[in-house]
Design a binder for this molecule. Structure first.
Ligand SMILES: C[S@@+](CC[C@H](N)C(=O)[O-])C[C@H]1O[C@@H](n2cnc3c(N)ncnc32)[C@H](O)[C@@H]1O
Length: 212
């Protein structure tokens, strides 16, 4: 998986100095280097632009790396709402999106994502694209909220669903979230309101289309 991802990154991803600076800022601020891979970011941007999404919800901002790809994919009329537990992370993400020229397209909701999602439901918000990339234990809860907040035909994309290959390979070192992800992938695959597939890029993405 690592070799294939390095190959895809090397052939299909062109270096971007602002995105490189974002990754450096994350390290300098003592945060974990757990942003999506460059090619995952490129794919997110392409999925947003191909689907024509204009109202994107991200769960898990970290330093704004994936947020920049999502915001760029939407174009100038788009709006990104990003949920992040840690206030200082949301501030860094906002600074980084501003440096990338897309700060005017994003707003952050700070606190546990489940609370922010409940708020969005009671405010009757709707979105046409979702990116889930926060605490794995809550993926199923996040998925259910995203379906409630989705317009018909919206896309829901979730990261880390292959858990470094361990969901498919019993000889691979299990991750803390391997069992969660196995169960989550089965839930997604069988969900009556979703049409879904896994794309094995980065750490694996489920891509689901919502039927309402
Ligand atoms: C893998 S990182 C996100 C990486 C980001 N999507 C990117 O690729 O640039 C996960 C983020 O989720 C946040 N997070 C974890 N638990 C959360 C929760 N309960 N509510 C909101 N955010 C949470 C973490 O603080 C962290 O910033």
């Amino acid at each position: 998986m690592k070799q294939i991802n390095s190959y895809i990154d090397s052939v299909f991803y062109s270096q971007d100095s602002i995105l490189e600076e974002v990754l450096i800022s994350i390290k300098e601020n003592g945060m974990r280097s757990i942003s999506v891979s460059p090619s995952t970011g490129k794919l997110l941007s392409m999925l947003v632009s191909i689907s024509g999404a204009k109202n994107v919800l991200e769960i898990g901002a970290l330093g704004g790396y994936s947020g920049i790809f999502l915001a760029k994919g939407m174009g100038t009329e788009g709006k990104l709402t990003s949920l992040e537990l840690v206030e200082s992370y949301a501030k860094l993400a906002y600074n980084n999106l501003s440096k990338a020229g897309v700060g005017d397209r994003v707003s952050y909701m700070v606190g546990p994502a489940l609370q922010s999602l409940e708020q969005l439901v009671s405010d009757r918000k709707q979105f046409d694209f979702f990116f889930i990339d926060a605490d794995k234990e809550n993926y199923e809860n996040y998925l259910n909220y995203c379906i409630r907040l989705a317009e018909n035909g919206a896309l829901i994309v979730c990261d880390n669903v292959l858990a470094n290959g361990s969901v498919a390979d019993d000889s691979a070192e299990p991750r803390r979230h391997t069992e969660f992800m196995k169960k989550f992938n089965e839930t997604v695959a069988k969900h009556p309101q979703l049409e879904s597939i896994i794309i094995p890029i980065g750490d694996g993405l489920t891509v689901s289309k919502v039927k309402k």
